[in-house]
Design a protein around this ligand. Structure first.
Ligand code: IPE
Ligand code: IPE
Ligand code: MG
Length: 255
């Protein structure tokens, strides 16, 4: 099943914008929420497959700050789905640690409690960390980080007193994603070519992959296609092709 993949170059962190649930359902003459339910099934499949491939972090855009503006019944159906899918044994079965990022203060109390509980119950799982971005937007996250930095300064913490201390590392340290590396690969399903306020700081050098497949139809084979595309690219981080090749050759010599 892995025939086209180089198992030595599996992305360590995959982030996904899971889009297209609503259209998937409408095309079948069903309610949009049926699409969200089908989307949970795709999350299960992709989670197991990522664990099997050796991915270490999977970050799923589940509900954006802007999604609070959807009709109230869709928002409450989505919150209900979050609750029920967390009942799942997917985490224990796959040895997956669960974490959540986003503006938790806006979530209903029972959803908030369940999320924290799941984080606690899975804290010792080690195969992969699944991060759910919920009530999340990147601009909110960056504003929040700036506020935290200013608070530390107001409290007189020495490493926050001089503006020169503000560097990329300090900003990263105050983002919600502080516990993980930046995504290697960002996938968006559902055909739209945009980022929709997701991980703007963190995807500075991620490889981007867009596909038309609606999220409920995104399966193991689709994931393999995305990873194969990632593996076919040379990540240069601003250097030249020749530099990257000679660095790779000297790494191989050291092995
Ligand atoms: C993504 O699917 C899931 C959420 C945003 C919660 P959509 O609900 O955006 O589906 P489309 O884009 O309308 O098809
Ligand atoms: C982005 O999808 C958010 C999630 C997948 C959770 P949207 O469907 O809300 O994005 P836009 O509004 O079409 O950009
Ligand atoms: Mg959408």
């Amino acid at each position: 099943m892995n025939n086209e993949l180089d198992m030595n170059r599996i992305p360590q962190h995959i982030a996904i914008i899971m889009d297209g649930n609503g259209r998937w359902a409408m095309e079948r003459g069903k309610e949009r929420t049926v699409g969200h339910q089908a989307g949970v099934e795709a999350v299960r499949k992709i989670t197991s497959e990522c664990v099997r491939l050796g991915v270490k972090y999977l970050t799923l855009y589940t509900f954006s700050t802007e999604n609070w503006n959807r009709p109230a019944d869709e928002v409450s159906a989505l919150m209900g789905l979050v609750l029920t899918s967390l009942e799942d044994e997917i985490f224990q079965k796959n040895n997956v640690r669960f974490r959540v990022i986003g503006d938790m203060r806006r979530l209903p109390e029972n959803v908030y409690r369940k999320l924290r509980e799941t984080e606690e119950h899975t804290a010792n799982n080690t195969a992969m960390t699944m991060v759910v971005a919920l009530s999340y937007s990147s601009r909110w996250e960056i504003v929040n980080a700036m506020q935290e930095i200013m608070q530390r300064r107001d409290m007189g913490e020495s490493s926050y007193m001089d503006w020169k201390y503000i560097d990329e590392q300090m900003i990263s340290k105050h983002l919600q994603t502080r516990f993980m590396p930046d995504p290697d690969l960002l996938i968006r399903t559902g055909g739209e070519l945009r980022i929709s306020n997701y991980l703007l700081w963190q995807i500075a050098y991620s490889e981007l992959y867009f596909c038309d497949t609606y999220w409920p139809d995104f399966d193991e084979a689709e994931l393999h296609k995305a990873i194969a595309s990632f593996q076919s690219r040379q990540r240069r981080f601003g250097k030249t092709e020749a530099q990257v090749e000679s660095e790779a050759a000297s790494q191989n010599d050291k092995r």
